[in-house]
Design a protein around this ligand. Structure first.
Ligand code: 26Q
Length: 829
């Protein structure tokens, strides 16, 4: 990596190599009583990180000073998930001293890549929603905006995936085992969060109104840990504030005698349980009490602290919306609404209308899904028992809202049925977020339109002014500058500036090289070197040889039926049959690469992983295929290996059933790295094709309109396709004839039955057979196109060149303009 060629680097100028070296050695000494020659790599990682933290803290203090002086408005990005990945490399990048530190380490006989590899991923998230939160806070820091990311310090993040005998096995991810060198415990900001108990009503004579007193509760202490979020080259450092839980009453032997021993143990367990583990479900709701506890725990602590901080310098809470915006990352933090109401009503003594006015000006909601099974609906009895005072407030919000609905739509019960917050014994979190938020946004244009026209139609009709679109984005600092240093350097050289690092629109200047043979060769050479890097990774981790000259066709994302990894692997089976029948057919060798975690309880997803591995096993070991097809399942897909994978990809598989993928963000990371999209017109794919041109993508399958029309009619008949298309019949039959299962005819029977005679739900719910021929044709077009080297290089360069829209910097500027109304803060060091 060379960030010096085009020096825009305000911070690295002051970088003192000798001092840095000394500090590493001193850290090794103080932390471990070791010298460089005896220290383990993990210890060196800790020592280097602590030296980097020193650089960060100077900027962090300067940022705090600037905030004190300016008193800016803050956005509180409330999210159950922040999928941060590794910190060291990106902190160095954003401090603009990656190269310098790499050189210093080299002088000390250390390889920066090896040191970076010692860091566990901070995997406090499942997939897209969590990674989006991480990109957003990085962009906010880079763009000089004040933010607190607020979340949970899970003891165990996303599980580690091991593949044993082709099956996924979940292994706990003890990511804090060696300590987190970048975090800072902030015990001085401890908050108390209350669960259970009951509400007493007392008459307040002085104020002539009722007072609501919460009693008999269990309390937990919330202790924040701050993780620095470093902006690129601007001295700004914001905080990701994640909460740990501690018992209010320390477990002590003294209480043994007093008889509250058991109570002390219970409190200890309550606190421990809350932050124990991230729920590994992606796009799927599970009505677990512990999950609601997690939500209220981090929301209550975050909101209390926000109010506390505001009151340190302001006396009038009515002006809170001028200084604070709570952005709800999906419905998961929606208890923000009644919690803020509770504080304003019960602790600040406000009247309902004033409290409501403030709350509704402070809260905004982002919707990330239209999948019915992902909608959060809490049983009233559970909600009431766990959060009795919060429940009363929800009831009152609902009561007042239904009066409005009744006024606007007299006697239209269907409106109440669709929009009520409390309905049929459930608390509907999305409805609460929409009613109380001043903004409701979707995450891609198509997704927002579907929300307005279908899912949230009644809300849109009643309050159209709240609805807006914010198409997702990704940070180019991690997914190009850090993940693909060769391409990053090339881009800077070609366009003559590295301004793209903070303004991705510059990358369009690559367009003029799309037809240039020299540039094409350089681009494809870089792709080749990145494919070699991935091949080495696959060899080291999977013990499989893959050919960097083959097409790298990649689908990496969470495993979910709607994302249709099954369509991909069925097509691989089809190709295998074609090649066996016709070994000389025109086919360019292709490596099909998968990476995906399945939610631990998601049976069909786990069967699909087993199928992919079984097909891989059969094909990779069939000499008659002569390595024309290879299939690789990359174990434990996560942010750190994703960076390597995107850089090495030729084809980006984005093949969800149209209308189901709200946006997708992996699609953008592939595009930025010069992979060509093979996809449906779903989510942000629509906008990707709009930017890059349909001649530079491979689009197939039903439109969202067609899918939704079939759904409205109860589906379609996949058995007709099965009986009429002999290629499809053959692959489905192979699921139950033992071809890919060493003769076992039962292993994949459920997948087989899901197409023809499902035990629940519709046959082929996600229209895999319906889209199959169209997908196979698109795959054939890809294979043919790749054989024209110059044409492919042109398409690849154009994908990188046209990716400017998909930076999270653009997305953040839109949130700031339309929702948050923040001002930039300059930080002097
Ligand atoms: C809910 C209740 C209980 C347990 C878990 C959950 C839960 C957890 C995670 C529900 C949903 C999620 C994650 C959703 C998600 O990642 N959605 C993705 O968000 C991306 C960012 O906007 C989009 O690009 C993807 O299209 C969308 O699938």
């Amino acid at each position: 990596m060379n960030h010096e060629t085009f020096a825009i680097n305000p911070t690295s100028e002051g970088f003192d190599r000798e001092a840095f070296k000394k500090e590493i050695l001193s850290n090794l000494k103080v932390l471990y009583r070791k010298t460089l020659d005896t220290a383990a790599k993990q210890e060196v990682f800790q020592a280097v990180s602590l030296a980097v933290k020193d650089l960060i803290v100077d900027r962090w203090i300067a940022t705090q000073k600037a905030y004190q002086k300016k008193d800016p408005k803050f956005v509180y990005y409330l999210s159950m998930e922040f999928l941060m990945g590794r910190a060291l490399g990106n902190n160095l990048i954003n401090l603009c001293c990656y190269k310098e530190v790499a050189e210093v380490l080299n002088e000390m006989g250390l390889d920066i890549n090896v040191i970076e590899d010692q860091e566990p991923d901070a995997a406090l998230g499942n997939g897209g929603l969590g990674r989006l939160a991480a990109c957003f806070i990085e962009s906010l820091s880079t763009l000089n905006y004040p933010v607190y990311g607020c979340g949970i310090r899970y003891k165990y993040g996303m599980f580690k995936q091991e593949i044993r005998d082709g099956y996924q096995v979940e292994v706990p991810d003890n990511w804090l085992e060696n300590g987190n060198p970048f975090e800072m415990k902030r015990p001085e900001y401890v908050q108390t969060v209350k669960f259970g108990g009951y509400v007493r009503i007392e008459w307040d004579n002085e104020r002539q109104r009722n007072r609501f007193i919460h009693d008999g509760y269990d309390a937990v202490h919330a202790i924040p840990y701050d993780i620095p979020v470093v902006g690129y080259g601007n001295n700004m450092v914001n905080a990701l504030r994640i909460w740990d839980a501690q018992p209010v009453q320390e477990f002590n032997l003294a209480s043994f005698d007093k008889g509250d021993y058991l109570q002390a143990v219970e409190q200890e367990n309550l606190a421990k349980n809350i932050v124990e583990v991230l729920y590994p479900n992606d796009n799927h709701y599970s009505g677990k009490e512990l999950r609601l506890k997690q939500q209220y725990f981090f929301v209550s602590a975050s909101v209390q602290l926000a109010i506390q901080k505001y009151k340190e310098t302001h006396s009038d809470l009515h002006k809170l919306p001028e200084k604070v915006c709570f952005q709800l990352n999906d419905t998961h933090p929606t208890v923000t609404v009644p919690e803020l109401m509770r504080i304003l009503l019960d602790e600040e003594g406000m009247e309902w209308d004033e409290a409501w006015e403030i709350t509704t000006k402070c809260c905004a909601y982002t919707n990330h899904t239209i999948m019915a099974e992902a909608l959060e609906k809490w049983p009233v009895d559970l909600f009431m028992r766990l959060l009795p005072r919060i429940y009363q407030i929800v009831q009152e919000i609902n009561r007042r809202f239904l009066i409005q609905v009744e006024e606007k739509y007299p006697n239209q019960y269907n409106k109440i049925r669709s929009m009520a917050i409390l309905y049929e014994g459930q608390v509907r979190m999305a409805n609460m977020a929409i009613v109380a938020g001043f903004s409701v946004n979707g995450v891609a244009r198509l997704h927002t339109e579907i929300l307005k026209k279908r899912e949230l139609r009644d809300f849109y009709e009643m309050m159209p002014e709240k609805f807006n679109n914010k198409t997702n984005g990704i940070t180019q600092r991690r997914f190009l500058l850090h993940g693909n240093p060769l391409l990053a350097q090339w881009v800077s050289e070609k366009i003559g500036t590295d301004a793209w690092i903070t303004d991705l629109s510059f990358i369009k200047n690559l367009e003029k090289y799309a037809d240039d043979p020299k540039a094409q060769k350089e681009f494809m050479d870089i792709k080749y070197r990145n494919k070699l890097r991935l091949a080495e990774y696959v060899k080291a981790h999977n013990h499989i040889d893959i050919d960097p000259n083959s097409i790298f066709d990649v689908q990496v994302k969470r495993l979910h039926e709607y994302k249709r990894q099954l369509l991909n692997i069925l097509h691989v089976m089809y190709l295998y049959n074609q090649l066996k029948a016709n070994p000389n057919m025109d086919f360019y060798p292709t490596t099909f690469i998968f990476g995906a975690k399945a939610a631990a309880g998601y049976k069909r997803a786990k069967e699909t992983i087993k199928l992919i591995n079984s097909v891989a096993d059969t094909i990779n070991n069939d000499p008659s295929i002569n390595s024309k097809i290879k299939v690789v399942f990359i174990e434990n897909y996560r942010v750190s290996n994703a960076e390597i994978i995107f850089a090495a990809s030729d084809v980006s598989e984005q093949i969800s059933t149209a209308s189901k993928e709200a946006s997708g963000t992996g699609n953008m990371k592939f595009m930025l790295n010069g992979a060509v999209t093979l996809g449906t017109m779903d989510g942000a794919n629509v906008e990707i094709v709009e930017e890059v041109g349909s001649e530079n993508a491979f689009i197939f399958g039903m439109s969202s309109e067609e899918v939704m029309a079939y759904e409205a009619n109860g589906g379609y008949h996949p058995s007709e396709i099965y009986h009429n298309d002999m290629d499809i019949k053959k692959i489905l039959d192979q699921l139950v004839d033992g071809t890919f299962s060493h003769g076992d005819r039962e292993m994949f029977r459920e997948i087989y039955s899901s197409f023809l005679s499902p035990s629940y739900g519709r046959a082929d719910q996600y229209f895999i057979l319906k889209d199959f021929q169209s997908y196979a044709e698109a795959q054939a077009r890809v294979n043919k196109a790749y054989q024209d080297k110059s044409r492919w290089a042109k398409m690849a360069i154009l994908n990188t060149a046209k990716s400017g829209k998909f930076t999270s910097d653009r997305t953040i500027e839109e949130y700031v303009r339309d929702i948050w109304h923040l001002e930039k803060v300059q930080v002097e060091l």
